[in-house]
Design a binder for this molecule. Sequence first.
Ligand code: IMP
Ligand code: MG
Length: 184
Amino acid sequence: MMNKDVAKIMIGEEDLDGIVSRLAEEISRDYSGDDKRLVLLCILKGSIVFTGDLMKKLTVPVEIDCMRVSSYGNGTESGGNVNILLDLVRPDLDKCDVLIVEDIIDSGRTLAYLVGYLKHKGVKSVKTCTLLDKPSRRVVEFEPDYKGVEIPDEFVIGYGLDYAEMYRALPYVGILKPEVYENK
Ligand code: IMP
Ligand code: MG
């Protein structure tokens, strides 16, 4: 059943499963060498569901780590700067092939910042994977290495994505009814 605050389902469960399977294949192929040490870096909280589904489908050894960043504040508009709320702390970063896992790219600020930050910290390699991409919203130029699907400029929720911390547990990606945030 659809949540009452959802105007429309944009990507249903089966489609999500197909998208995540395809990404897992691409990543497994690229990280299959003996010299690789893949660390999926889940960007909390929005990427929890995507990372969980993606890791189960990988056919290569994988470690998991997390960072929490915020750029969004409370509403549906991105803030100008990125804050690190939970850092990546491990002694062996120079041996890690880090793949940042994001739920969605909007302005591009979060991933552009994180890639620079991790390089500066001295990780062996850093690449990016996003489930969703809203290319029309870019403020900072950014292209991910792995991309699920491009979507139009709509505020979406579910499959980890939230509005004011709600709706993350919905099993699909849906368009939030505008009246939900306009009447706030
Ligand atoms: P960026 O730094 O502007 O690219 O923003 C990326 C972050 O903004 C994502 O990790 C999400 O947390 C959040 N975000 C962007 N668009 C949406 C949306 O449509 N729904 C929910 N969160 C979004
Ligand atoms: Mg997020």
